[in-house]
Design a protein around this ligand. Sequence first.
Ligand code: C2E
Ligand code: MG
Ligand code: MG
Length: 755
Amino acid sequence: MPSASWSTVQLAEFLEVFEVLEMLDAENMTRIAVDRVAAAFDAEVVALVLDETVIRCLGFPADAVPVRLLRSASEVRSSILNAPGIGEVHSVSASVSTAGCTMVVLRAGSPFDREEETLVRSMARALGLAMTATDRLTESRVLAERLSERQYLSDRLSQIQKSISHRAPLQEVMDSITQGAAELLGADVVGLRIVGLGDDGRPIASLAGYPDEGLDHFRSIPLNQGFSGGAFVEGVLVSTGDYAAAARTLGTAPQELIEAAMAAPVHHDGRIVGVLNVASRDVGRVFTPAEQEILLRLADHASLAVTDAAAVHALRDSLEGERFKASHDALTALPNRTTVLEMIEYELHHADPAAPLCVLYIDVDRFKLLNDMYGHSFGDRVLIEVASRLRNAVREEDLVGRLAGDEFVVVAPGISAEAAGALAQRVTLEMTEPLVLDGRGTQVSVSVGVAESAAGLSSEELLGNADVAMYRAKTSGRDCVVSYDVQMRDEMFERADLEQEISLGLKAGEFVPLFQPSLNLATGEVHSLEALVRWNHPTRGQLSPDAFLALAEDTGLIVDIDLCVLDEACRRLAGWTQLHPDLTISVNLSVRHFAHPEIVEFVAEILAKYRLHGSRLWLEITESMVMANNEMTLEILRSLRSLGVRFMVDDFGTGYSSLVYLKRYPIDALKIDREFVDGLGNDLEDEAIVTAIIRLADALGHEVIAEGVETAAQQDWLIQSGCLYAQGFLFSKAISADATEVLLSQALTVENGLL
Ligand code: C2E
Ligand code: MG
Ligand code: MG
């Protein structure tokens, strides 16, 4: 009879089995436990019964386990049974686990006493606990394995993620995805293709487990084709364990040796932009749901990489755009001032001292006027055309830039000043081609300044010199080329001072008109008085228009000068009305007035102020104004005409008036330019021109006035040719208002000798 100590020892020994539990799997553990139980009780049979089955049995051969007998034994605590091959046996059963596992112990000898029964139950219980623990352990081991797999997966993914967030090149990220997929899924071939991001319109691709040579072919396969095409078209994961059959179904040629395959779509911006596909050559291989999950995760990462790369692309594009914007002019896309200066600076440092650098400073003539007359968008298109003509005119190695407004520059490296002058001529020639924009023909000319680099000169200084030369080109009549020389700089400063002085002079009332009469050659009477501005300069004395008019035109100060002259001329004329109620006056108007309708109001105000009828006023306009054939100009002329004001085309013959325009405009008189009057009596050509002008005026019903008449021969010729009116030093120079008053108070005939 076993003693209490016996059972304690047995149990302790039994439990020892489980101390090495960690090294045991469930299988081994139950085997050892059953052995121990059998030994402890000297039993013939020990079995573990679970539900309908015997999961372990000691004492019967494996193929002759009396399942029913053992099951029935398991259902009662103790009984006596007849075991096959053994005979009568005592049985004891005890529950091993709550899951329904029972231990059955059969002994042929003595029956089990209470202590033994208790020990059987204790051992069963211990085994139960150990088995649970083992299960847990297995579970946790599986878990641990899974965890480490997951750890690996997540390591892999975070590695990919990191390369994405570190802005690794997309190709690199894609390679790490395909590499990761090959490792994580144990796949033989992994491919990833993404469309819409490559520069050549072809997909970006990455292959793992495939020779590099295959990449090009892989890129050329349309993404919607083949087995993986399903993922691209449907936007879902596709998987097959029978690749050949899948390929047959699709009607595509199966790739050799591929057994299993799956593919997942790659997304960007709500669209499918790529496919991640894996393939295995392992016979019987099927990708499990977990593996499919991994593929989806990897495809997600590819999507992330694409989205990021697209963002980087966009960012880079916009950065490049920003950089371009910062360095180029938006209208013409030419390098801007900063870039031009950088270029000059660079060239100055790198230029061969033997081959100098030249800079051409180019300014469009009368651009502001063009802009004012036809509108800014027309002006813009002129500038674009000028930019393109400049590009045509220069050499390949020259840089064309836009400095501001209508100012352009050509940086010409390795060129002599002489060659640069020739280049500049080519530029002016390129501009002579008539320009037709919006069906409107116009003519563009440029003034060009050329400057050559010299030791110690900075980019700013070189450009400045070219600017100075350009300024000189402007003042020398525009549409020409001038090369820089040192004195020009002083003149430039003088001009800046002059501009300032004109402004001050205007405020101080220093601009006043002189008056030059024009005469009726038939009667010798004064026909009209032309107001010609003079500047009573505080230190330089009285200045003629040629000393300040060009600058006043350029700066726009001429508008105020004209208004000042107009006001004073009308004031004077009003004063002379009593004596000569029909006397008229003519005032020169700059073309600048015809861009703004304010002149109409101003003239109306002045006429009202001095109580003059509009017919007492002539306005002298130039041929270029007529030629502009601009609606606003026409509108202004008509409005002024409605006040009774008459118009005279000054310097007629020097421009290129179109007869159509002459007819269209409300013109009353043509003033023959002095240039043609000069040759009257000795130059047949001049005489022919003047004759033509007289006939033209006659045909159009206009008056005709010859200006600059200096000799009696010219006067005679004019009288002979039917020119009724004349003006010139032969009769009178321009004289002050006071002198005019004296003249008017005396007599108004040539005979009285106005000179
Ligand atoms: P313009 O309107 O053709 O004026 C005639 C110019 O020829 C005047 O020069 C006059 O003094 C000069 N002149 C007149 N008769 C003779 C002559 O027989 N021989 C020679 N050699 N010259 C003669 P001025 O006063 O120096 O004016 C020059 C130009 O300046 C004018 O040419 C006109 O275009 C412009 N101008 C004058 N005053 C004004 C003004 O108030 N406003 C505007 N916008 N321009 C003006
Ligand atoms: Mg005039
Ligand atoms: Mg004139």
